[in-house]
Design a protein around this ligand. Sequence first.
Ligand SMILES: Nc1ncnc2c1ncn2[C@@H]1O[C@H](COP(=O)(O)OP(=O)(O)OP(=O)(O)O)[C@@H](O)[C@H]1O
Ligand SMILES: [Mg+2]
Length: 404
Amino acid sequence: MAIALKPVDGSADTAEYREVIAFIDDGETETVIAEYLRRLGQNNSVVARGSLKDAIKFFTDHESPKVLIVDVSASDFPANDLESLANVCEPSVQVIVIGKRNDIGLFRDLVQMGIQDYLAKPLPYDLFSRSLHQALGILPLSQARQRAGKVIAILGARGGVGATTLLSNISWLIAEDLGRRVALIDLNLQSGTLGLSFNQKSNQGLSEILHNSDRLDPLFLERAMITVGKRLRILSSEEPLGSATELRANAVNELVRALQKQFHYVGLDMPSLINSDMMEVAKSADLRIVVVTSDIASVRDAARYINELDTGNPNGRTLLVLNNILPPQRGALKLTKIEAALNRKVDYEIPYAKTAGIQASVMGKPFSMQNGTATKAVRKLAHGLVGNAVIKPRRLLDVLRRKG
Ligand SMILES: Nc1ncnc2c1ncn2[C@@H]1O[C@H](COP(=O)(O)OP(=O)(O)OP(=O)(O)O)[C@@H](O)[C@H]1O
Ligand SMILES: [Mg+2]
C-alpha cells in the first residue's frame, strides 16, 4: 500500500519536500508535528501516518530528507529497526525518534547509534522544538551525533595485483547485497580502470570537482558521479597521458569528507605508484586493504606498505588480502611462507576466478555479479567489512514487559 504523504502547506506535490519528513503512527502526534512545522515555516516538509517499518520501505526507493522523524511505538526491537533504517538512508540525515516508553536506557542506546534524540509521547513541546532546531542546523549539533560514512582505501602491493578488481567487487556486494550507499573515487587520474570494471567510460567528473573544491555541494557531486548501480557511484577522470596531474591530500580529503555525509562507504582506489600526499590520504582512511599476490616482489612491497600505513595512525585498521590472479602453479609462495615473511596473518584469500575473471575484464562486469568460489570469498570480505550490526535487545526483561 502506498504511503500517503501530506505536505504541511497543504500542497498536493510532494516531489520537492526534502527538509523534514515525519512518519508518525498516531493522529494526535501527527497533528502536533505538522502544526509545529507549519509555524516554523518548514513548508517543504511532510508528515505521513506510518510506522518505522513504513519509513524503511519508503526510503528504500526515495531520497533522504535533511531531518527524519520516526515513530518506534509499534516496534518490538527499535534499535534493530533503526539500524535497518540507517542502512537505507544517507548517513547525513538527522533522525529524531518518538516512542511511547520513557526509558533512559533506550535513549542512551539510540544516541550511541547516532540518533539525534529520543522523545517519549505525549510529545514534550520544548524538547521537540530544541531537537528539531538542532537537527535543522538552526542550533549547533554536538559532534558526537553527526554520522559519517566509513572510508576504505585499497592499495595494491604492486601494479596489476587485482586492487581495482577487488574494490569493484567488494563495493558491488556492499551496495547490492547489503544495501549500503557506496561512492568510489579512482585516484589513478590518467589510466584508472575502476569505470571499466563496470563497463563505463570515464567522464572528467573527478578533475572537475578537484578544480572546484569550493563548491562541494550534493548536487554538483551527484552530477560529476557515474551511476553504476542503484546505490553505487564512481568518481573518475581520464586525464591526457603525460599531463601534470598532481593530487593534493587536502583536496582529496575534503572531497572524501563531503561524500561521507551522503554515503555509508567511500572507497578509494589508490594509485599504484604512491606519493607522500596519497600516502597521507590512505593513512587517514578508517580501513586500508593491502592486496598481495604470491610472489616475492609483491610480498616485499606489501611489507613496506603495511609498515608505512601502520606508522603514526593508531585509529586505522589495515587488512591484508592475498589475491590469486593466476591459477595454482608450482613455485608460487605458499600462504604459510607469505605470513611468515610478513609476520602477520593474511586476513582474506581470494581464489583464482577463471572464467568469471576473464569475463569481468572483457565485459566490464564485476565477477561477483555471478556466483562462484571467488564471489564467495569476496562476499565474506564485504560482509566482514560491514559487520552484521544486529543490535540485541538490551534487556530480556524489557522485551517480556512489552510483550506482556
Ligand atoms: N582473483 C582473480 N582471479 C582471476 N583474475 C583476476 C583476479 N583478480 C584480478 N584478476 C585480473 O587481474 C588483472 C589485473 O587486475 P586489476 O586491474 O584489478 O589490478 P590492479 O592492481 O588494479 O592493477 P593496476 O596497478 O593497473 O591498477 C585483471 O585482468 C583482472 O581481471
Ligand atoms: Mg587498478
